[in-house]
Design a protein around this ligand. Sequence first.
Ligand SMILES: Nc1nc2c(ncn2[C@@H]2O[C@H](COP(=O)(O)OP(=O)(O)OP(=O)(O)O)[C@@H](O)[C@H]2O)c(=O)[nH]1
Ligand SMILES: [Mg+2]
Ligand SMILES: [Zn+2]
Length: 308
Amino acid sequence: MKATVYKSTGSWYTVKDGTGHWHNARMKGIFKIDNITSTNPVAVGDEVEVEIEDEAEKTAMITVIHPRNNYIHRQSPRQKYQHHIVAANLDQSLLVATLKEPRTSQGFIDRFLVASEMFHVKALIVFNKSDLFKKKEQEKFEQMKEMYEAVGYSVFLTSTVENTGIGELKEAWKDKTTLISGHSGVGKSSLLNVIFPDMNLKTQGVSGWSGKGQHTTTFAEMFDLSFGGRIIDTPGMREFGLVDISKQEVSHYFPEMRTRLNDCQFNNCLHVNEPGCAIKEAVVEGKISEGRYVSYVNIMESIEAKTY
Ligand SMILES: Nc1nc2c(ncn2[C@@H]2O[C@H](COP(=O)(O)OP(=O)(O)OP(=O)(O)O)[C@@H](O)[C@H]2O)c(=O)[nH]1
Ligand SMILES: [Mg+2]
Ligand SMILES: [Zn+2]
């Protein structure tokens, strides 16, 4: 029987079958997908085949994992050289960013965008907690919005406290499967709660962002949207570790660089020290944002620093 994985809590998976019934499912044997070893072979969003084990207890066994349209994986938080699949079969990936309490750096946003490009998943960015913005943050937001929209990403502004900007987000989620990620404390679960008051997801509570970075959401979980579509809430993340990326590839994941690669003098140009580099020229001419180029160089350096 075909089913979809909605939640993964270690060795048990919550799945929903085609008739809308829920089961607690386990895996049988060892699965290897696309030849990668993963710490969690089945992920939220996966389409699987299940066999009922115990009708009364509602337990089932996962026997087959259907091929994925796509999936997002990260470096396993526990084992560095293993992958952790965050979610599968996505239409888009939404980063919840904040300019304060806590601050999301541009470097983090750009790594998120690179990862989305790598996995061929459309990326969106929402800046939350707009109620905390003063003039400085408002200006910063305007600048970020202009910069990211210019290279093709949609940017939203919300406040779950003042209930603003929520309608536009709902529109963007309609009939799509959307993965939500971002640092702990940016308001991922809070956003879901304003859209679905019935959902009652655990959030960090009224005291606000504590700065201690403890995670409130601990497992990825998918929810059906009443107006069509599905949304996946995830635990907060500290870093965006890019796995399996080579230096030569990075510029392909910056849309504004991708379109200019043929104009460099050398076809293996890494756009750092080479003469006749069209990318560096575009930065000097203001056609590529300096901040984005800084993120590019930082990503290149982080790849160099790796020793495997
Ligand atoms: N001022 C302000 N606070 C907000 C807003 N949205 C959420 N918060 C607060 O931010 C804190 C964190 O919210 P959560 O929704 O738990 O954050 P999260 O991103 O789900 O965090 P993790 O589950 O740990 O990853 C809570 O205290 C919320 O009340 C907002 O728009 N404005
Ligand atoms: Mg949460
Ligand atoms: Zn170049």
